[in-house]
Every structure is written in C-alpha cells, then in structure tokens.
Design a protein. Structure first.
Length: 243
C-alpha cells in the first residue's frame, strides 16, 4: 500500500516538528515546509529527524505568497494530508500597531491557508481523498489583549475551515481546525517566568500542553478512518476556554 504524503507548513517549528513526527509514526511520508531564508536550520532539522528514523523531507516555500506556495506544492507532488501550521506573532495593542504587524500576521497565519490549500484541493477532490488540518488557537476563539491581528487571523482560519468543509464533504475530503492553548515551545518559553506562572494559574489542568498532545489530535484527524469529522474546531487548551 502506497504511503500517504503529508505536507506540514511550518513543519520545522515546535508544534510542527511534533506533527511531522506523529504523521510519520502513522505511516505517512512527511514533507516539512520552511522559509527559504532558513535553509541551513531546516537542513539541520532534517538531519536530526532522519537520525530518529522519521520518514521526512523538507521543502522551501513562503506561505504568505501564492506563487511561492504553488512552487512548494509542485515540488512535493501529490499531497494527501495538508497541515496548515505556519504562523507568527507580532503583538501590540491596536492603538500602537504598525500596519506591517497587521499584514504580516494576516498574510502568514490566514492568507497562507488559501495560498497553500488552493494548490492541493483539486488533486484531493479528483482522488476522492484528502485531509486538511488548520492550526487555529484558543485566542482565535476568545480573543487576547494585544493580539487583534493574531486573534483575527486564527478566528478567520476556522471560518475558512467550515466553508471549505462544506464544499468538499462529498468528495472524501475533510477539513478541520485544531485550536491549541499555550504549548511548551521555544517561543513560549521565552516569556518571563512570572508571566508564564500567571498564565498557568488560569489553566484548569494546571500546565502548558506538550507539542505531542497537539500532534496527537492532528494525527487523529489525518487518519483514513476519521472520515466523518469535518468542519470541526477541536480545542486542546487544558480547559482554558470552554464553549
């Protein structure tokens, strides 16, 4: 049986790495997307993952660009599973936010979903199989002070999920959102300890998530047997936000 091909944008990041490993453990050949300017770091990442016996590869692409996203997808070829995981933060209150902060986050976190998915969706529909998993955020559900750009992008991402899920539901393609809370990644660990302690105090489970816990849910949604879940937004936030 031929392996499914999984493309994970932002695949060399903290959550992205865990998702790549999860998909590989489930029998996929995984291709991790990275920014062309981060080639050396991506190559080092690839060496580490292959040393761990993960069936992975890497591909360069700027997901904020429709043209670059197309080149990236064409380099991969067939894509059976797409995980739109690439994302950035540029935090400031709206009254102080430069337009560059707004547009860079919207382009990378939201427009990227169109830029990449548009290039894979026809093939999925034609093959009558596909899994699209969009990485949202608890802050796309509840909002967050200083993150109008990020919260708007992540909320919009689930709107994208729900609409596309309806369009392709009859073609064997599912589209879902996973919305993590706070996760133990290098980016979060740069936050001062006292602030992190304050965040943890608000989480009923009493800790941050591990990347593997987010990846497990993504893996569930990617499974060939998970064919009746579509248009869903699955929160993985330790009870921080319940709706």
């Amino acid at each position: 049986m031929q392996k499914k091909i999984a493309l994970v944008t932002g695949g060399t990041g903290g959550i992205g790495t865990a998702i790549c490993q999860q998909m590989a453990q489930q029998g996929c050949h995984v291709v991790a997307g990275f920014l062309p300017s981060q080639k050396d770091a991506a190559q080092a990442w690839l060496t580490t993952q292959r040393a761990g016996s993960y069936d992975v590869d890497i591909v360069a692409g700027d997901v904020s660009s429709f043209e670059s996203s197309g080149e990236m997808v064409r380099a991969v070829g067939v894509v059976d599973v797409l995980v739109n995981c690439a994302g950035i933060t540029r935090d400031k209150t709206l009254r102080k936010m430069e337009k560059e902060y707004w547009y860079s986050v919207i382009n990378t976190n939201l427009n990227s979903a169109f830029n990449v998915t548009r290039h894979v969706i026809d093939g999925m529909v034609e093959r009558r199989f596909g899994r699209i998993i969009n990485l949202g955020s608890v802050n796309g559900q509840k909002g967050q002070f200083g993150q109008t750009n990020y919260s708007a992008a992540k909320a919009g991402l689930h709107g994208f999920t729900m609409a596309l899920a309806q369009e392709v539901a009859g073609s064997g393609v599912t589209v879902n959102t996973v919305s993590p809370g706070y996760v133990n990644t290098p980016m979060v660990l740069t936050v001062p300890e006292k602030i992190r302690e304050g965040i943890v105090a608000q989480i009923p489970v009493g800790r941050f998530a591990n990347p593997e816990e987010i990846a497990f849910v993504a893996g569930f949604l990617a499974d060939t047997r998970c064919s009746y879940v579509t248009g869903a937004n699955i929160p993985v936030n330790g009870g921080l936000y319940m709706s």
